[in-house]
Design a binder for this molecule. Sequence first.
Ligand SMILES: NC(=O)c1ccc[n+]([C@@H]2O[C@H](COP(=O)([O-])OP(=O)(O)OC[C@H]3O[C@@H](n4cnc5c(N)ncnc54)[C@H](O)[C@@H]3O)[C@@H](O)[C@H]2O)c1
Length: 273
Amino acid sequence: MAQLSSKVALVTGGARGIGRGIAVALAEAGADIAIADVEQISSPTQQYGTTAVGGFTAVQTTVAEISNLGRRAIAIQADVSRKDDVQRMVEETVRQLGSLDILVCNAGVVSFSTVEAMTEDAWDLTFAVNVKGIFLSCQAAIPVMKTGGGGCIINVASVAGKTGQPGMAHYCASKFAVVGFTNSLAKELAADNIRVNAICPGIVRTQMWEYLADKRKEQGESKEESWQRAIKTRIPLGRPQTPEDMGQLSVYLATAENVTGQAINVDGGIEFH
Ligand SMILES: NC(=O)c1ccc[n+]([C@@H]2O[C@H](COP(=O)([O-])OP(=O)(O)OC[C@H]3O[C@@H](n4cnc5c(N)ncnc54)[C@H](O)[C@@H]3O)[C@@H](O)[C@H]2O)c1
């Protein structure tokens, strides 16, 4: 029998990128999947130069991919920074799939700016999605998991939650916050048999890194050269990480009964703590 059969997982920001990799891996391991994503961010600030994050356009492709694996899959339009949306997202998951055993808080945004030039909106949006979104999602899921006798929460942090980087102080601060939140919540919920861990991806070529490679170009460099430089200079193993790598660790965490409170790097050796 598949490791996660009869389990239900909810993956935020799961339409594409790392979230998609995690959703598909959990489905391959037997779980039914709810994907929550959003099309438009309700903020005057932009992500990737536009308020349209576009996740919900991609969601049906991912839902179809999971259905083809023989698992149940549903899509829910929800902005994780909005409490009403998050409450509805959890209620819909339970109503349509019957329970909630694994919550993956993956939705996140990035922007690139020095602190001196940073707008207040850029700071606020980063924290609204990356930190408050995780708080709201966990808060909504906890009563359901307690009723079910336990559960597993996986928060997607980053290597940027372990060491600071220039041009990304708001993003790094948000990911350090995710690591601290994860460790605290793990201790808070251990007695309820709810395990809480974080994944810290290194460099994955998603839409997020397409944007970053462009923003981090040095003088005369193309986006592709900027990407290759990031891989060569920052990753000891010399190769990028993949959404599938994050899926592999998620399946492990979903089944690792004695692992909680950890923030695990999947980064080719960038970080060692
Ligand atoms: N790509 C990397 O190298 C990398 C490295 C470390 C950490 N991360 C983290 O991994 C996670 C996924 O990033 P990715 O690289 O796949 O990016 P991505 O932009 O490709 O995917 C992010 C997904 O989140 C969705 N989303 C954005 N804001 C949302 C909101 N308010 N509510 C619901 N959904 C929302 C988007 O629509 C999209 O589907 C993020 O938390 C990111 O910070 C990424």
